[in-house]
Ligand binder design. Structure first.
Ligand SMILES: [Mn+2]
Length: 468
């Protein structure tokens, strides 16, 4: 491409030449009577020729020219003259108030001429810089809130997910701290197979600690969770960064809670970007996996910032490693549970029911709930299994008129914790209370009465939709 920039303003000339790419040629045409030297002074030496308008007559067009016109008087006439010599060149005209109505109409009629606002040249880049400046101020404040010489414990929610783990790694990097001096801690360890495989593949240590030990920690930072979650004193909290809705006010020196974000990791990506910190493959992989899983692959609660984080991380992440995390190996004990699910499932009125009996790991229940959706043509699936003294239920709904969260709440809410999203939900109840409420005469009887109540709840929801 060869750019021909017609301008009468030497102050803007250098900016206009930035419109050309590094490999493009360019010529600056001085419009009006200003000395050429005024322009030569501000333009990159050797990079572009500066001429008077008359020079256009001697040019030999190659057909790859692009015109940029930034002048205050006679825009349409000048453009017309230039295009007489360069008939194939499309043109951008920089907006100004001196362009008359008639000129504007003449320009609008030309299909290969576009008008661009002066601010458009800078605006998006400027907005980005303003945001960076704001974030850098916040980062400086954040860094002042922790003692660099004391260990900082990064606390996550129970059974931390990829978003919590990715955010913790990012915070360590942002604060410029060593891993040794900045342990990632939780009160209840990682149990989901995918998350176990994430931390082992990326070589991340997540330490399970007691509440008493936590209270003795010199300083604590919370990521992807807030103090209210713990319902108890959790020591010297200095930083809270989260994307869940804020339920309480915290007396913590640095708090950044942004419920608009689909993942805390996306907040961290903005910080790292503003700080100008390099993100290595390990960190990029963790953060990418975090954004991907927390937004259910951009399907839930996403903001433009999540898309930007996703796009920025994509080329940096190790995608082979991620597909390994997503398909954790099955141990033979786990294979047995899958076989049980295939053998004992029951389909009734478009709903699939799978009693797993005893399971040795609680996370097998939601994993099986995802798996069994592949069986038959169903719109709802419920999987349950008992672990210790509790029974866990995991529900999935494919029909938009079925709200799995509400069904869990309606059927099991009076016995324990129950709820979730419309598409996926869970309930955890004491097995004794379940049997007392649903039928004491053995597992088969229990399964029948669970099915009956769940089908009743689904039918009630569908009737409510029909009424609307
Ligand atoms: Mn999260």
């Amino acid at each position: 491409m060869h750019y021909i920039i017609i301008t009468d303003c030497n102050g803007l000339a250098a900016t206009l030449t930035d419109l050309a790419g590094e490999k493009d040629g360019m010529t600056v045409i001085v419009h009006g009577n200003r000395p050429i030297a005024d322009f030569q002074r501000v333009l990159p030496r050797g990079r572009c020729a500066v001429h008077r308008f008359a020079a256009l007559h001697t040019m030999h067009p190659l057909g790859t020219e692009r015109l940029v016109v930034c002048i205050t008087r006679g825009v349409a006439a000048t453009l017309k003259k230039a295009r007489a010599m360069l008939p194939a060149a499309p043109a951008l005209v920089v907006e100004n108030a001196a362009i008359s109505k008639a000129e504007r109409e003449a320009l609008a009629a030309m299909t290969d001429v576009a008008i661009i606002g002066g601010a458009e040249l800078f605006r998006s880049a400027a907005l980005e810089r303003w945001k960076h400046l704001e974030l850098r101020k916040r980062i400086a404040l954040m860094r002042r809130c922790v003692d660099p010489d004391q260990p900082l414990w990064i606390l996550t929610q129970h059974d931390p997910d990829p978003d919590a783990i990715g955010s913790a790694l990012a915070l360590t990097h942002l604060l410029g701290r060593s891993r040794r001096n900045t342990p990632i801690v939780t009160l209840k360890g990682v149990s989901r197979s995918e998350n176990i495989s994430m931390i082992s593949l990326l070589g991340i240590k997540v330490k399970t600690i007691t509440a008493a030990a936590l209270r003795r920690a010199p300083q604590v930072a919370l990521v992807d969770v807030q103090p209210a979650f713990f319902k108890r004193h959790i020591g010297n909290v200095r930083i809270v960064i989260d994307h869940h809705p804020q339920t309480e006010l915290y007396d913590v020196p640095y708090v950044d809670i942004q419920p608009g974000f689909g993942a805390t990791s996306s907040i961290m990506v903005e910080y790292l970007d503003a700080a100008g910190l390099k993100v290595n493959t390990r960190l990029a992989t963790a953060l990418y996996y975090a954004v991907k899983t927390d937004t259910l692959l951009m399907g839930r609660g996403v903001s433009p910032e999540d898309f930007r984080a996703f796009g920025a991380l994509w080329p940096l992440a190790d995608h082979k490693l991620i597909s390994q995390m997503e398909r954790p190996r099955l141990k033979s004990r786990e294979v047995d549970v899958f076989i049980r699910a295939l053998k004992y499932h029951h389909i009734e009125r478009g709903a699939l029911f799978v009693p797993l009996g005893r399971v040795h790991k609680e996370d097998l229940v939601p994993r099986l709930a995802d798996f069994v959706l592949q069986i038959g043509d169903v719109e709802f699936a419920l999987v349950w299994g008992s672990f210790g003294r509790v029974t866990t239920f995991s529900a999935r709904a494919l029909n938009p008129h079925i709200d799995a969260g509400e069904i869990m709440q309606r059927v099991f809410g009076h016995l324990g914790s129950a709820g979730g999203h419309a598409e996926m939900a869970r309930a955890t109840v004491a097995s004794k209370a379940l049997a007392a409420d649903f039928g004491e005469e053995g597992q088969t009887r229990l399964s029948v009465s669970i099915r009956k109540r769940v089908l009743g709840a689904i039918a009630a929801q569908k009737r409510a939709v029909l009424k609307k």
